[in-house]
Design a protein around this ligand. Structure first.
Ligand code: PLP
Length: 363
């Protein structure tokens, strides 16, 4: 049996008629960018996450760039970020000219809250948390630290649509929550997309201005903004997906439990979940010191897998100017050598999972 790491077509097929109907409606409407479908999706997404405002943008990276921009983060400022994140989290900081200050992860692969304060300096302006692999960070401690040091808090929720901490949605703890709506995310479009959520009325208004060339009123440009608009097609398709997000996340929970109970191999460490946190299982990530052997072994059995992520930002070529070297963040670097995401997607069959579990147990 051939099993790829992800299967986006399965998520389409289940709701095919609804998606096709929504797409056709947009095609026939004559309105294709920033229109009624975008407004409808923004309202639905704000209500789903439990905030006052949601602003649709062109990508998760743009959401991060715009979030730091409206918070006034600029050159000379420091932003605390997890060392083991996807590069886009860090780029959202550096594209604004600010400096990322990395903090090691804990055993849940999220920023280690107990190590944040030692990274605070007089230049620190904000903390960016990333709810990596779908699991909420330790938000009670982190919001407390931000309050104490008067720091802005931004949440990168690109992998955590629907995940909660103490019953509260990720994205709603800080000043601004940033979501990617890239096709492979839990709430995925059929192209690029992003969303920003906030309770700040001025933030929302500024975000809407900046995503459209810095204009509040047609052809009046008050700032040099971006073209980061969400289109009608994606918004209409996202409204369909959002309606089903909870059931999709519940299915992922069921799939994760099958892996958690089925995989029994002393060489493989299974993911764990923090008390008071939930995960929406964006990825199912195991840890093993035999990672590269395991990838080859799975390949022989035609089972795909992915490393999220093989090179941490501080060792990425694009950040050589920050002058970090191997050994600077040992926990992050160990993770980069040992994590592996198993095949995991909505619509994964019991038979497919059993094949993967059997292979893993005989490794
Ligand atoms: C996907 C992702 C992003 C970037 O989103 P895009 O829509 O691809 O720009 C940012 N942060 C994290 C953690 C992600 O997984």
């Amino acid at each position: 049996m051939k099993i790829t790491a992800n299967r986006l077509d399965r998520g389409f097929e289940r709701y095919q008629e609804e998606f096709e109907e929504a797409a056709l409606k947009v095609l026939r409407s004559g309105w294709y960018v920033l229109g009624p479908s975008v407004e409808k999706f923004e309202q639905e997404f704000a209500s789903y996450t439990g905030v006052k405002y949601a602003v649709g943008v062109a990508s998760g990276l743009d959401a991060l760039i715009l979030a730091f921009r409206v918070l006034g983060i600029k050159e000379g400022d420091e932003v605390i970020v997890p060392a083991n994140t996807y590069i886009a989290s860090v780029m959202g900081v550096t594209i604004n000219g600010a400096t990322p200050v990395f903090v090691e992860p804990d055993e849940f692969h999220n920023i280690d809250a107990s190590r944040i304060e030692e990274a605070v300096t007089e230049n620190t302006k904000a903390v960016l948390v990333v709810h990596l692999y779908g699991q909420a960070c330790e938000m009670d401690r982190i919001t407390e630290i931000c309050r104490k040091h008067n720091l802005k808090l931004v949440e990168d929720c690109a992998q955590s649509h629907g995940a909660k901490y103490n019953g509260q949605m990720t994205g709603t703890f800080g000043d601004i929550g940033c979501f990617s709506l890239y096709p492979s995310k839990n709430l995925g479009a059929f192209g690029d997309g992003g969303a920003i959520v906030t309770n700040g009325e001025n933030y929302a208004a500024d975000l809407k201005m900046l995503r459209n060339y810095g204009s509040r009123k047609r052809y009046y440009f008050e700032e040099v903004g971006m073209n980061s608009r969400l289109d009608e097609m994606q918004a209409a398709l996202l409204s369909v997906r959002l309606k089903h997000l909870d059931e999709l996340n519940e299915e992922r929970e069921m799939l994760a439990n099958r892996y958690l109970t089925g995989i029994k191999n002393g060489k493989i460490i299974l993911p764990i979940i923090r008390k008071n946190a939930t995960t929406v299982w964006h990825q199912f990530v195991i840890t093993t010191s035999k990672r590269d052997e395991l990838i080859d072994y799975l390949k022989e059995k035609e089972i795909g897998s992915i490393i999220h992520y093989p090179i941490p930002p501080h060792l990425s070529e694009c950040y050589r100017n920050l002058n970090y070297k191997e050994g600077d963040f040992p926990v992050t670097e160990k993770d980069a050598h040992e994590v592996l995401s198993l095949p995991f997607y909505n619509g994964m069959t019991e038979e497919e999972q059993a094949y993967v579990i059997d292979a893993l147990n005989r490794f």
